[in-house]
Design a protein around this ligand. Structure first.
Ligand SMILES: [Zn+2]
Length: 75
């Protein structure tokens, strides 16, 4: 798709890290499938993936995890 941020680049399939902060906890998900702009480098995550990550983050917070770096796994 055309990048909505810089309006010049095209996004390509790639992987990026996503960092979430939730109730004082910090969670980093690595290798999250993303669309990355070939011009400005902005990363876009689709809704399905974002929802899945939010759920995983919620779960981790409930487990009492305060900081974690994990590989993204599709739900
Ligand atoms: Zn861009």
């Amino acid at each position: 798709m055309k990048c909505p941020i810089c309006k010049h680049g095209e996004t390509i399939n790639g992987a990026a890290s996503m960092t979430l902060e939730r109730s004082g906890a910090t969670l980093v998900f690595k290798n999250v499938p993303a669309q990355i702009c070939n011009n400005c480098g902005e990363e876009f995550f689709n809704e399905e993936i974002t929802t899945s990550i939010l759920k995983q983050a919620e779960f981790a917070v409930n487990e009492g995890i305060e900081f974690d770096v994990r590989q993204y796994r599709a739900a």
